[in-house]
Ligand binder design. Structure first.
Ligand code: FAD
Length: 489
């Protein structure tokens, strides 16, 4: 029996596998695709916080070496430049999803996680001690915990009976790669129906197409005839489209699972939330989900924390994603070319000329403003820990380097040795360090320098010290379990 079985080896499932493997959990992935190849193109990149998370795990250079950095954030056609934000990665990384998955897969394989391909999960049954996972062929397989990272049409979510709540689709788009016999117009076209775009691909022959359909298409797989019809309605010709490499359909539906957990079963990534691809938020949300979930699940599996800690995953990630989804829905609505929508876009663009609104939206869409509700206190509490330059007894270090093993850190910037966390020393790294310079948070600005911080494995601050240890034991117990008992001689 595995401790954790993940269904799906998309970006979400792979990242979770890496997190659990780092925490020493026995984890396996079940994947219905028989090879790692991804059919068609989906994501084309991700934003600052996701890049930071990969930096926290020491794998960011693998992505940076293959992608293109750019100021890629926008709201309703107004560019949102994040280069002024205090982050080592104030940009978007352009990189196709097949490359993202290949890089993550390489990391997960180095960590020794088995990926069982060609296995389609059809359902599960859970009891007090574990979960039986049902497969289309063979099985069942027994696991202590099951995570559905199986995409927007998640079988795990459906079988768990978890409601998928939100806005119905109001329009649908076809996305395709085809050959053509006529020259195609490059770039984006907006009309009263929606957004349409074409670009010739690297081979110089194939054209990548996104076209909004005149009416919402059915939930079945689209055909070349559907594509021709949609193109002709917009451009007056189908450009002689033929030999499709693939055709797919997506909609502007935006739905979120009402619960991210049902007993021993959890949901993450697109299985927990779907929304239009506008603004490229999908991969980042899935990665942030599982970097939040991974260490909590690992501690529950290892008996370090009670299983109630898993409810905190929903409590933190559900509202964080709901905020982003609200914004994405608004952006998708503004993807039309009629006069009223243009007037609204222009009005918003005027407002985004002011620093306050611009910073708010840029903070949200880059993921750099993400913070969890850990109660009143210092502005750092619950927010992402900045990647400060530190001086330690072992030489210069960056904060993110301390997080590479996905273990919590008590960072003491006061008198060395002035904080005692001996009862948690088996779980929490204790680092004495110096930092000179200001503490700056995106959107918020400069904050008072703390004397110590307790940093969770996901890079969020769980406690801020003012020179005393007030509240530290409670924070350590809440997040990292009961203190170890002293050996009785
Ligand atoms: C046109 C388009 C453009 C996009 N652009 C962007 C972008 O620029 N940036 C961005 O961040 N996001 C973008 N997205 C969204 C992004 O692709 C998704 O959010 C992301 O793939 C979600 O990852 P995931 O791992 O949660 O799910 P998925 O990538 O869907 O992975 C799910 C995995 O589970 C497997 N699976 C499913 N069911 C089963 C089963 N029953 N048994 C076993 N295995 C199963 C699947 O084969 C798959 O490998 C775009 C999406 C679309 C459609």
């Amino acid at each position: 029996m595995n401790d954790v079985t993940i269904v799906g080896s998309g970006p979400t499932g792979l990242m979770l596998a890496g997190e659990l493997a780092l925490a020493g959990v026995d984890v396996a992935i079940l994947e219905r695709r028989s090879t790692p190849d991804l059919v068609g193109s989906r994501a084309r990149g991700f934003h600052s916080r996701t890049i930071e998370i990969f930096d926290q795990r020491g794998i960011v250079d693998r992505f940076l070496a293959e992608g293109q950095t750019a100021q890629g954030l926008s709201f309703a056609n107004t560019s949102l430049n994040v280069s002024g934000f205090p982050s080592r990665h104030p940009y978007t990384l352009g990189l196709g999803q097949s490359h993202i998955e290949r890089i993550l897969l390489g990391w997960v394989e180095e960590l020794g996680v088995p990926i069982r391909r060609g296995l389609e999960v059809t359902g599960f049954a859970q009891d007090d001690a574990g979960v039986d996972v049902h497969l289309a062929d063979g099985g069942p397989l027994r696991t202590a915990y099951l995570v559905g990272a199986d995409g927007g049409r998640s079988v795990i979510r459906n079988v768990a009976g978890i409601e998928f709540v939100g806005a119905e689709a109001t329009r649908s788009h076809l996305i395709a790669e085809v050959e053509v016999t006529e020259e195609t117009p490059a770039g984006i076209r907006l009309d009263g129906v929606g957004i349409h775009a074409m670009s010739v691909m690297e081979d110089g022959r194939t054209v990548g197409i996104v076209v909004t359909e005149q009416q919402i298409g059915p939930a079945t797989e689209p055909t070349l005839a559907d594509l021709s019809e949609a193109l002709t309605a917009v451009y007056g010709t189908d450009f002689g489209a033929h030999d499709p490499r693939w055709i797919s359909r997506f909609t502007d539906a935006a739905r979120q699972a009402a619960a991210y957990r049902s007993g021993r079963v959890l949901l993450a990534g697109d299985a927990a939330h779907i929304h239009p691809p506008t603004g490229g938020q999908g991969i980042g949300l899935g990665v942030q989900d599982v970097v939040n979930l991974g260490w909590k699940l690992a501690q529950v599996v290892r008996g370090v924390s009670p299983d109630g800690l898993l409810d905190n995953y929903h409590a933190e990630r559900h509202p964080a994603t709901a905020r982003v989804m609200r914004n994405v829905m608004a952006q998708a609505l503004l993807q039309r070319g009629d006069a009223r929508t243009e007037a609204m876009r222009d009005t918003i663009s005027d407002l985004l000329g002011f620093e306050g609104p611009r910073a708010q939206l840029a903070g949200l869409l880059s993921g750099l403003d993400v913070g969890y509700d850990l109660g009143e206190g210092h502005p750092l509490l619950g927010r992402r820990m900045p990647d400060l330059d530190l001086t330690t007894a072992h030489g210069p270090r960056r904060v993110f380097e301390l997080l590479q093993d996905a273990r919590p850190v008590l960072l003491n910037l006061g008198e060395p040795g002035s904080i005692d966390i001996t009862p948690w020393a088996d779980r929490v790294q204790h680092v004495d360090a110096d930092h000179t310079g200001t503490w700056e948070l995106p959107v918020i600005g400069t904050v008072p320098a703390p004397v110590a911080v307790l940093i969770r494995p996901d890079g969020h601050v769980a406690w801020v010290g003012d020179g005393t240890q007030t509240g530290l034991s409670e924070a350590l117990t809440t997040w990292f379990g009961q203190p170890a008992k002293k050996d009785v001689a």
